[in-house]
Ligand binder design. Structure first.
Ligand SMILES: [Zn+2]
Length: 311
């Protein structure tokens, strides 16, 4: 069967053996390419099958999203509903240093499975993963009634963060840069930026977007950072961040809230609003074309928002 790995020559679809071991065998139906995958391929990470955003069918034909967090379940963080902060040995993510879902079949622990609501097609369900990243960021912002919220970045995480905010009853504006992103934001009905904000969610993740977030923040505002920074986070200095007494909030992955899996809440949001997947998934490729799919995903000029592999 086929699987997607990174090599000295870049991303390649290769032949691998059938998976074995303890768990549930899933035939993967959709696997999204994340900005992190493009980043990891670019810096040459090899040795595992890529893909942490994926959904598929079990041997009975039941559709599942696979929550890719691998955790121990016994540490304080896991018991508090934060498996993304697990402190035990073996904590990690399928598709990041461990074989993931860009493959035809995978065996996963049963606790990772989320049965799909009937209204959510398995070919769209890979979007639950970036959706949950976005959903968790909105929750981390602890938005209060009447506060103004801006999302910076019109990629899949930014669009899904704005959608999550709106789903949670929060009015939200979105700032995007690229034409395809602006068109998507318009289609989904998010406002354009104006004035100052109590909460800024930075889904672009660059020095420029952190500067922009601080600029549009009201004094005392919270800035939620979703960026991935390999070394340091380039937060603007005293003249802005400290004079305004800004609070920076980190948000990584997702977990449980009052005992409910955030991935389950997002599955409900996507099932109830098919327009989200229709707008955000812009490209689909067979797994054999992973190299081209990665190229398109990494090229903003391509008009891509979310690129999905269909093994
Ligand atoms: Zn743990």
């Amino acid at each position: 069967m086929q699987a997607v790995v990174n090599t000295d020559e870049g991303i390649r679809t290769v032949q691998v053996g059938e998976p074995d071991g303890e768990g549930v065998r899933i035939s993967v139906a959709s696997a999204g390419i994340c900005g992190t995958d493009v980043l990891f391929a670019g810096i040459g990470l090899t040795g595992f099958v890529y893909g942490h955003e994926f959904a598929g069918l079990d041997e009975m034909g039941q559709g599942y999203f696979i929550e890719p967090t691998i955790y121990g379940a016994t540490c304080d963080e896991c018991r508090a509903g934060n498996p993304q902060r697990c402190t035990e040995d073996g904590h990690g993510n399928l598709g990041i240093f461990t074989d993931g879902g860009m493959t035809e079949r995978i065996v996963v622990p049963s606790y990772t499975l989320l049965p799909l609501p009937p209204q959510l097609p398995v070919r769209d369900a890979c979007l639950i993963e970036p959706g949950a990243v976005a959903w968790h960021a909105v929750r981390r912002a602890q938005v209060r009634e009447g506060e103004r919220v801006l999302v910076i970045g019109g990629g899949s995480i930014g669009l899904l963060a704005a959608a999550a905010a709106r789903h949670q009853g929060i009015d939200v504006d979105l700032e995007a840069r690229h034409p395809a992103q602006l068109a998507a934001a318009e289609r989904l009905g998010f406002g354009r930026p104006s004035g100052a904000y109590d909460v800024v969610i930075d889904a672009a993740g660059s020095a420029t977007s952190l500067d922009r977030a601080a600029e549009v923040a009201r004094p005392g505002a919270r800035i939620v950072s979703l960026g991935v920074y390999l070394e340091r986070m380039p937060v603007p200095g005293s003249a802005v961040s400290q004079v305004k007494e800004l609070t920076y909030v980190n948000s990584v992955a997702y977990g449980r809230y009052q005992g409910v899996r955030e991935v389950e809440e997002v599955a409900g949001m996507l099932a109830g609003n098919p327009e989200l997947a229709r707008t955000i998934i812009t490209h689909r490729y067979p797994i054999a074309d992973a190299r081209e799919a990665f190229r398109v995903a990494g090229d903003r000029a391509s008009g891509a928002i979310k690129v999905v592999l269909e093994p």
